[in-house]
Design a protein around this ligand. Structure first.
Ligand code: PLP
Length: 404
């Protein structure tokens, strides 16, 4: 299998005057020497020809082509946010009366889209445990058009057995759509049978917490459908990623392999230390994690187990106290999102998963005391851990270590 990081590295696009970065296109529209070419472009894509930047732009296409290499798909397109990528993909695949079978442990925004917005268009979602293939199969009906999951779920870090789920989807003639936001480079869902891979570029791929973006990586045929001038949801809803932001994200994509390795190294260290203190930690790199073996089977090992872990502080008050102290100790920021070079933490039950009703959160195993921590690129992770340890002592989660 080709190594995706190397594929991205070898994707050279020169700028004007031999620039080492592609030039940023500062145009919403493009001239033609011949009206016949313009007419032909409305009917069908032509490589190297651009029409109007809501459809595509050279800067957006440069990023999209690199992302297709990342995900080992034929093609890709970029959008103004991860939610734009998810909503336009689902609306491209589903019409009134259709159904989606989705994992129940997904990002709160995606859950809210499926639960509250798509039903207004006559599209219903059945939420199931996608690790239980019998439940997935039982949920499929002749109206089902999509199977949807996250490769590593937000926030519980549950994995999906992508090869078996994709086999099941394909046996029913359905596409498997996988959100790979938590695990770029770590997992390559297309290699395990996924048909459409979605990213929030806002997270690891950009890695700087300075912009919002999304991507859809899929077959050439599906991307062309999304961009079709008459029926493409991306073309017609128009959630464009600006050229300047696309160029900036593409530059950051070229350091993703180094960043993922350091995020994973740091997160594994912190998870192991917290585990040794007897605390309840969720991290797929821990040997006892229920899906550790599955993670080993799915992952590209050189990139580690990922940068996010979840610490169960027991209750909301202790979790809040801990987060305030960790921010004061400069462990990182009390903020939503992930994949930043600094550590970010928040309680998903009250923030990024608050769209999911409390009874459903309890059924999923999500409690109010859980703190999701996206570990940064800290150089001295042992020092970071000592700071975390002092905060844990201060909130009473561990006893003070008098030897330290
Ligand atoms: N998918 C996952 C797994 C996420 O965590 C998020 C945001 O947190 C999104 C999609 C939505 O991405 P965006 O905020 O870029 O719209």
């Amino acid at each position: 299998m080709p190594i995706p990081a190397k594929d991205i590295q070898d994707h050279w696009i020169f700028g004007e005057y031999g620039g080492v970065n592609p030039s940023i296109t500062d145009s919403s529209t493009y001239t033609f020497l011949n009206p016949e070419t313009m007419k032909a472009l409305f009917e069908q894509e032509m490589e190297g020809c651009f029409l109007y930047s809501r459809h595509s732009s050279p800067s957006g296409t440069a990023l999209a082509d690199s992302l297709a290499r990342l995900e080992q798909t034929e093609a890709a397109m970029v959008t103004g946010s991860g939610m734009a990528a998810i909503s336009t993909t689902l609306l491209q695949l589903c019409s009134q009366g259709d159904e989606i079978v989705s994992s129940r442990t997904i990002y709160g925004g995606t859950y809210a889209l499926m639960k509250h917005v798509l039903p207004r268009f006559g599209i219903r979602t059945k939420f199931v445990d996608t690790m239980d293939l019998k439940k997935v199969e039982a949920a499929i009906t002749p109206r089902t058009k999509v199977i949807y999951c996250e490769a590593i779920s937000n926030p519980l870090l549950e994995l999906t057995d992508l090869p078996t789920l994709s086999d099941l989807a394909h046996a029913h003639g359905l596409p498997l759509v996988v959100d790979n936001t938590f695990s770029p480079l770590l997992i390559t869902p297309a290699v395990h049978g996924a048909d459409i891979i979605i990213h929030s570029l806002t997270k690891y791929i950009n890695g700087a917490s300075d912009g919002v973006g999304g991507a859809v990586c899929a077959s050439r045929e599906f991307i062309a459908r999304m961009l079709d001038v008459n029926s493409g949801t991306s073309m017609l809803f128009g959630p464009v990623l600006d050229s300047w932001r696309a160029a900036s994200i593409r530059k950051n994509l070229h350091t993703l392999h180094v960043r993922m390795q350091q995020h994973s190294r740091n997160a594994l260290f912190i998870a192991e230390q917290l585990d040794m203190l007897g605390l309840k930690v969720h991290y797929p790199g821990l040997r006892w994690h229920p899906q550790h073996e599955l993670m080993n089977a799915l992952m590209n090992p050189e990139f580690g187990y990922g940068g996010v872990l979840v610490l169960d502080a027991g209750d909301e008050m202790t979790a809040n106290d801990l987060m305030v102290r960790m921010q004061a100790a400069k462990v990182g920021y009390l903020a939503v999102s992930l994949g930043f070079y600094k550590t970010l933490f928040s309680c998903p039950g009250n923030s990024t998963s608050s769209e999911i009703p409390e009874e459903e959160q309890t059924r999923m195993g999500l409690s109010k005391g859980m703190v999701r921590i996206s570990i940064g690129l800290d150089d001295d992770i042992e020092d970071t851990f000592s700071r975390i340890r002092r905060c844990l002592e201060a909130v009473g989660l561990i006893l003070a270590d008098l030897a330290v």
